[in-house]
Design a protein around this ligand. Structure first.
Ligand SMILES: NC(=O)c1ccc[n+]([C@@H]2O[C@H](COP(=O)([O-])OP(=O)(O)OC[C@H]3O[C@@H](n4cnc5c(N)ncnc54)[C@H](OP(=O)(O)O)[C@@H]3O)[C@@H](O)[C@H]2O)c1
Length: 309
């Protein structure tokens, strides 16, 4: 497992992160505990969750797991997110009051006294950096949150927020997989008169590299917006055949190769995996030790149906 330095205290965190959005499917803290132990045995020491996952049930279940095994909490760097409201309807809220209350509610559900990192989940058009600064400062001062980051932000939004706060944003968590390459595609088509030249993200990867900000890729096994897993999907025969071949050459699973593809992108990359099966956690963690050659990386990109100019 490879580790990167993260946050204001340069904590060492694994470049494969265990995402817990789907743990309510596991139902019991005993099953979540098994998943967490497998993660630790595989070298993973960072967890990602959010207040809104299953309306708080994911955090609650993780809290029940920590209550069952109190020594587990401190073995992980624990990251949560806030800013998505689900009641009375779905919208985004980065007000000072909401951020503080959301963080405190997360701590209560998670049965812990601090979050190692708190992310703003999806950009709020009404975001006022000054009041976010007040919320972050208070949470940090009280020791409730050690570091802060964002998710699904473009570089302009990151710069706007960064200018108004006195902590350095630790990361931006964004969608990326072999089958969701939006942040890469336009870079191949600069100044071309075609659809692929349209930049949809504002240059997130380049901005984060310049700032030394960690990029956390979410849904590394999915195509589309939660449209399903591409591994074994007959619509992605060519991709699966290339992944299978490289996996056999490297002695890992095709899942690990697909994750290694994301981690091979320059910068400070992490992959947030979302499986609920211990065996898949083990196999996915091996991605960290696979370094794809340039040829393998491009072969996978093309096999996923992408084109180069
Ligand atoms: N910031 C954001 O806006 C945002 C959005 C979405 C997610 N996230 C974070 O990212 C994490 C990962 O997201 P995700 O769950 O969508 O990621 P994912 O790892 O792409 O998907 C996990 C799903 O794919 C299945 N799966 C994984 N490997 C498989 C394989 N080899 N063959 C067949 N099925 C496979 C899993 O089933 P099994 O459980 O049965 O293995 C699970 O249903 C979340 O937990 C969350 O922490 C963040």
């Amino acid at each position: 497992m490879k580790f990167i330095e993260f946050g204001s205290e340069n904590r060492r965190v694994s470049d494969v992160v265990l995402g817990l959005m789907r743990i309510p499917q596991l139902e019991t803290p005993q099953k979540v505990s098994e998943l967490l132990h497998t993660a630790l045995e595989s070298g993973i020491n960072m967890l990602d969750i959010a207040d809104c996952y299953s309306k708080g049930r994911a955090e609650e279940l993780l809290g029940e797991t920590f209550a069952l095994e109190p020594q587990l909490r401190d073995k992980f760097f624990l990251q949560s997110k806030c800013g998505i409201v689900k009641d009375p309807f779905y919208f985004f809220d980065f007000s000072k009051e909401h951020i503080i209350k959301a963080a405190e509610d997360s701590l209560r559900r998670l049965k812990t006294d601090h979050l190692d990192c708190l992310l703003l989940h999806r950009p709020d058009a009404l975001m006022e950096p000054e009041e976010i600064c007040e919320a972050f400062s208070l949470l940090k001062e009280q020791g409730k949150v050690l570091d802060f980051g964002v998710s699904n932000f473009n570089p302009a939004q990151m710069k706007l927020l960064q200018r108004g706060i006195d902590v350095k944003l630790a990361c931006n968590q964004v969608q990326m997989s072999v089958c969701h390459t939006v942040m890469i595609d336009s870079g191949f088509n600069v100044n071309m008169d075609n659809d692929a030249s349209v930049m949809h993200d504002g240059g997130i990867l380049e901005h984060c590299s310049l700032q030394g900000t960690v990029v956390q890729a979410w849904s590394v096994m999915q195509h589309g917006f939660f449209k399903g897993v591409f591994i074994g999907d007959p619509h992605y025969l060519r991709l699966n055949s290339v992944l299978d071949r490289i996996a056999a050459e490297q002695g890992v699973t095709s899942t690990a190769v697909a994750i290694a593809w994301v981690l091979r992108v320059p910068g400070r990359m992490q992959a947030v995996i979302g499986t609920t099966r211990p065996e898949r956690v083990k196999n996915s963690a091996r991605a960290s030790d696979v370094r794809l050659s340039r040829q393998q990386w491009y072969e996978i990109y093309l096999a996923a149906g992408n084109e180069l100019p």
